[in-house]
Design a protein around this ligand. Sequence first.
Ligand SMILES: [Zn+2]
Length: 251
Amino acid sequence: MFTDTHCHLTDDYCSGDELDNVIARAHDAGVMRLICATADPNDILPSIKIAESHDNIFVTTGIHPEYAGINPHEYLTESVLTNPRVVGIGEIGLDYHERDDNRDAQIKLFEEQLEIARKYDMPVAIHTRDAEQDTAAILTGVRGVMHCFTSNWELAKTMLDRGFFFSASGILTFKNANEIRETFAKIPNDKIVIETDSPYCAPVPHRGKTCEPFMVCETARVLAQIKNLQIDELETILEQNTLNLYPKIKQ
Ligand SMILES: [Zn+2]
């Protein structure tokens, strides 16, 4: 079985009855566990509700840099963070690609959420885009995962030294993603997890469609090739890594 370690289950493609269909398609493909990440703070409580009504769904709760200016303490409350279904804090980070004029506000939101992660001793799921230097400078004293990792080897090396995991998304399967495949070839096997980031970044051969958790199998297939592993060997490794990254799943 596989875990999709980062998907968004509160988006339109999961509305109404569709959520059950999305989960059923994932199960049919052997993707038995889903970790729902939040970006919009208003998705935090709905995500927890989904997890509480499905055995194999967990949540990472966080506020994406596009919501810079918000006070995270209003949303990442004690009751949210101590909920047994909430296994980490994310997605949080910096995105200078989308917006470059509010760096200070993004950094403030990021640092406040990292402080919460340290206080509750929770792993973090990091979004970083065109912000490698500031990310490396700020991201200390916590453990976690570089979600949908597409940055260069230099940042990979820095974060490996700090014990971080790296999550491969559908981008790993893209024709023009040689550099990312080379980076994942170099990352040690025990530091890799996989995700879809649904509804974004559908892998080959589903490009152009709405991404769904079942598609994480395509990322696994390419990762197995890169690592020269049988798919069942990779499954075992990824399962252990997922539990090491988010130990609260086992409790
Ligand atoms: Zn995401």
